[in-house]
Ligand binder design. Structure first.
Ligand SMILES: Cc1cn([C@H]2C[C@H](O)[C@@H](COP(=O)(O)OP(=O)(O)OP(=O)(O)O)O2)c(=O)[nH]c1=O
Length: 207
């Protein structure tokens, strides 16, 4: 028996296929419902913890209102370079500009996540930070990458899990956090609150 025990209804409040993939990979059963939160309305004040927590909580709460019995997970991922927020690029020029800034340098990726269950008065938030170092990018690498269309729905204009993988020299911290959801921290929280459980296994054989 390898499947996780599911004690509560779980909902992922996200349109991100990456977040869905990561939770599936962790063995969870859940439904997906996109929130209607307008991220552009949230001002950047230079505080990544506050910014990602506010948005993650807004996404989870938005979906939780209609599903008070469910445990709702919302998240927000941002890329920060020298204090500047690099969101999703809105044009080829914007993607080019972002990749140029990331080239040959180290930036920070923050994902805030929120877990809300209204019927249990449960509200939890956490922010995880990873540091990512890019190799120096040649102009033809940037031109090729922006032509792949991969940058456009990704914070910072790249996907560590995609074609952009060879730009990455090193990651300090959680890899899944960069992809869009810190799976270790999310699972730890869900297990601690018995939303999911591990199946009972036989005693370990002593040697
Ligand atoms: C840095 C990085 C980000 N991303 C993605 C993860 C997120 O989907 C996206 C950041 O945007 P978000 O606003 O966090 O998420 P989203 O708009 O895609 O989905 P939703 O708000 O509905 O949950 O960037 C990658 O896929 N790979 C990466 O390497």
């Amino acid at each position: 028996m390898t499947t996780l025990i599911q004690n509560g209804l779980l909902v992922l409040a996200s349109a991100s296929p990456r977040r869905k993939y990561l939770l599936e990979q962790a063995g969870l059963s859940f439904t997906v419902q996109e929130s209607s939160v307008d991220e552009a309305a949230e001002p950047w004040t230079g505080n990544p913890e506050k910014y990602t927590t506010t948005l993650a909580l807004a996404k989870a709460n938005d979906v939780a209102v209609a599903r008070p019995d469910s445990w709702v997970v919302g998240a927000d991922t941002i890329v920060v370079m020298d204090g500047d927020l690099l969101g999703k690029p809105d044009s080829v020029a914007d993607a080019r500009r972002m990749l140029g800034r990331l080239s040959g340098a180290t930036h920070r990726v923050y994902t805030g996540f929120a877990v809300v269950c209204r019927n249990r008065d449960h509200v939890y938030t956490e922010v995880v930070e990873s540091q990512v170092t890019f190799k120096p990018l040649f102009n033809d690498e940037i031109e090729w990458y922006v032509s792949t269309r991969e940058p456009y729905d990704k914070a910072g204009a790249y996907a560590i899990q995609g074609l952009g993988t060879f730009f990455i020299q090193s990651v300090n911290g959680s890899y899944t956090n960069v992809v869009g959801l810190p799976v270790c921290e999310v699972m730890t929280h869900l297990l601690a609150h018995k939303v999911v459980g591990l199946p009972r296994t036989g005693k370990l054989q002593s040697t």
